[in-house]
Write a protein that binds this ligand. Structure first.
Ligand code: RB5
Length: 142
């Protein structure tokens, strides 16, 4: 199960991503927001972060205008590694090296076409399990 959330700046892109996930047969839980009225991104960032940290969902996707505020909020939750990605190289590297469990996107930064490729790369790339990467991830949690 995938957790997905956004603020008003990410609402349109979240709708595109949910349509894409449906087409791929990937199950998700939508934690809001549910429209383009102005809301506070930390609320949605933390909801998705807790769903991932508590094990309710394996991974998450968060979208705000830039992807910055919502990823900062999510990364306050212990066990969450939220990565803001603007291209597929970043999405692949953050899965292989950081075992990122939340992808953050900027709805006002990337177009839907690129965003969907980033989502696919993030979902389809496994963690490398290399000793050096495990060691570094453990150091983040210390
Ligand atoms: C909302 O206007 C905007 O600040 C928010 O979507 C996000 O970009 C914050 O980092």
């Amino acid at each position: 199960m995938l957790a997905i959330g956004c603020d008003h700046g990410g609402f349109e892109l979240k709708s595109e991503i949910m349509k894409h996930l449906k087409e791929r047969g990937i199950e998700y839980k939508d934690f809001g927001c549910y429209g383009t009225d102005s809301v506070d991104y930390p609320e949605y960032g933390k909801k998705v972060a807790h769903a991932v940290a508590d094990g309710e969902c394996e991974r998450g996707i968060l979208i705000c205008g830039t992807g910055i505020g919502i990823s900062i909020a999510a990364n306050k939750v212990k066990g969450v590694r939220a990565a803001l990605c603007t291209d597929c190289f970043m999405a692949q590297a953050t899965r292989e090296h950081n075992d990122a469990n939340i992808l953050a996107l900027g709805g006002r930064v990337v177009g839907a076409g690129l965003a969907l490729k980033i989502v696919d790369t993030f979902l389809d790339t496994e963690f490398s399990n290399d000793e050096r990467h495990i060691r570094r991830i453990n150091q983040i949690e210390e």
